[in-house]
Design a protein around this ligand. Sequence first.
Ligand code: MG
Length: 254
Amino acid sequence: MSVIIKNKEQIEKIREGGKILAKVLNMVAKKVKPGVSTYELDKYAYDLIKKEGGTPAFLNYKPEGAETPFPGTICASVNNEIVHGIPSKTRILKEGDIISIDVGLRYKGYFTDHAKTVAVGKISKKDEDLLEATKKALEIGIWAARGGATVGDIGHAIESFVYKKYGIVRELAGHGVGVKIHEDPYVPNYGKAGKGEKLVLGMVIAIEPMLNIGGDAITLAPDNWTIKTADGSKSAHFEHTILITEGDAEILTV
Ligand code: MG
């Protein structure tokens, strides 16, 4: 595999998709409250995407190595679940939970990817700080993703910011996106400055830090999809699809 540099027409379609995806995720996030099931959020996201003329990119997606296709429009990962939580009618959100919602969209043939962690009602100060730090880690990663920098610069910036205050998930990473939902390059949330693939105009990547209140280690749930923290601590996830330019990256999922 190699990095797919997008041309003007492709970028324009990805940009359109990114705007729609941002709107969809914002609307789904507003539905989050105690008593709502993760299935209801999923159904709502599906309907919104269809109404916009898009296709849910995660629904029935079967990455290499997966035993079954993913059954939802959104990944709904609650509390100690990091990513890839399967929406369910029996998973009812309660006051004090946090939920990470990750959505992929295919629009006019092109893919965008976007996630955020949302509070369910009133949450603890500790959890608020986790959400704030993870959001900030994403902003810092985007800031580092300047034209001429490298993939290692992104991971290095995130890791330096987090500096042992939180666990960083290392087995999962950001990625190129656009023509496919997952493309090269692989964009880890740790790394060495100046190392790795060079970031050049026309690259589209998703940056997605996942931070844990406890350690870095993860575990796979028996459903073979949901990834959880090994120590049971809470985890947050924020993700944007961005376009590399000659200067500051352009955030496409806004
Ligand atoms: Mg992603």
